[in-house]
Design a protein around this ligand. Structure first.
Ligand SMILES: [Zn+2]
Length: 405
């Protein structure tokens, strides 16, 4: 942390898939139709990557090559960013040193920095503290202060740079986390994921989707949008299913959704667009040694890089945001959650309705009825089309027959 940023922050006041889908996209910001013709330039993009083990050991993710020969590891993500001269922010779960050793973790941090990437702190406390308490909010203020302090010390020693940004594992930050960051001089947090069940920052006065300040810590939320899923037929009959989505290559149905989500964020004048990714995002299922690449995620990521470049959006890291005079970018940000509407087809729509209404058996019954009705409709339409096609071919035959005569 440096004195300049301290002074700057002192001035701030705390304040409040696939080709089968028939797609139609409407970009709506705050309920008002917005168009992509608005000025594009002001939204800045931060590519963020949470670096951690899942069922795949972190050391095995670093330079992974998948079964089809695709480079599908953490460093491939870094390479794709570096190729465009962009720096993403990689939130490293430093506490995994208990499992893999400090040397392995330091090598990851140094390797990312040597690829011109920014390394920040990610806190999954169960790796080094209480194995039964996986969420930051399960620890009291003093414990969280210790967790952050230990992580900052490790990361700073490995990278030789101040630790300026943090994301809580599984978005489990609460207000104590932000105070713990402040106590340790960490300037930025990016744990707020609006309406995510683990998130405990929704109860604060922090904005949902634009930067806000909590004491001397600046919150840069994970960018979200509302996706309204429609069945593609009988839209006046069936209500849309609305879900909160983040800008994540593993979450998009297809490229059109990715482009619509980014365009909607920009049309809403969000000052910062936080893209979300994991170190294992390019890796699919399969056994070690024959693991499949997640082709869909890789394609989404490539397409996203192209889209950001085509729109001339500025790419920055969390460190860049911490370095600048953030008071200048503050005033005009409206806390909008953009809407993206997609026609997703009947099966996916019915499934969404089921998930949305799983607490009510009556609602489940209704959703199943919708599914069956939808399926019946599809069958009926196919039958009708077939009949029409048969009739048309009969007419053609007759006509041809007439001509032949
Ligand atoms: Zn994590």
């Amino acid at each position: 942390m440096n004195g300049r940023n301290d002074r700057e922050l002192d001035h701030l006041q705390r304040k409040n898939a696939g080709p089968m889908y028939c797609l139609r996209v409407l970009v709506l910001a705050g309920g008002v139709l917005a168009t992509p013709s608005l000025v594009w330039a002001d939204t800045r993009v931060v590519f963020t990557v949470d670096v951690e083990s899942n069922e795949i050991r972190l050391p095995d993710q670093v330079n992974a090559v998948c079964a089809d020969g695709a480079h599908c590891g953490l460093m491939e993500i870094a390479r794709l960013l570096q190729e465009r001269h962009w720096s993403g922010t990689f939130f490293l779960n430093v506490y995994e040193h208990k499992q893999w050793g400090e040397r392995a973790m330091r090598d990851i941090a140094v390797g990312l920095q040597e690829a011109d990437q920014d390394v920040a702190l990610h806190t999954h406390p169960q790796w080094a503290y209480d194995p039964n308490r996986w969420a930051m909010f399960q620890y009291n203020l003093d414990d969280q202060t210790t967790i952050v302090r230990d992580g900052v010390r490790l990361l700073q020693a490995w990278t030789g740079r101040p630790v300026v940004a943090h994301r809580a594992g599984a978005y489990t930050a609460d207000e104590h986390t932000l105070i713990a960051l402040e106590r340790n001089g960490v300037l930025l947090d990016s744990s707020l994921f609006w309406q995510y069940p683990n998130n405990r920052l929704d109860t604060t006065t922090l904005p949902r989707n634009v930067p806000g300040n909590y004491g001397r810590v600046r919150e840069i939320p994970v960018t979200v949008y509302l996706r309204e899923d429609r069945p593609g037929v009988l839209q006046t009959v069936f209500d849309p299913v609305t879900v909160v989505r983040k800008i994540d290559p593993n979450w998009f149905i297809n490229e059109a959704e990715m482009r619509a989500a980014i365009d909607a964020a920009v049309a809403s004048d969000l000052p910062v667009l936080v893209v979300f990714f994991h170190s294992f995002s390019f890796m699919g299922g399969g056994a070690p040694g024959s693991r499949l690449a997640d082709r869909h995620a890789i394609e989404m990521f490539h397409a996203m890089l192209d889209h950001v470049a085509q729109k001339h959006l500025k790419v920055v890291s969390m460190r860049d945001l911490a370095d600048e005079d953030i008071t200048r970018t503050e005033p005009a940000a409206r806390d909008l959650v953009p809407r993206v509407t997609m026609n997703i087809g009947i099966p996916r729509y019915a499934w969404g309705r089921l998930k949305a209404s799983r607490t009510s058996s009556r609602a489940v019954g209704a959703a199943l009825t919708i599914l069956l009705a939808g399926a019946a409709l599809v069958v009926a339409r196919r039958g009708w089309k077939k009949a029409r096609s048969t009739a048309a071919s009969s007419r053609t035959s007759v006509t041809s027959g007439v001509r032949l005569r």
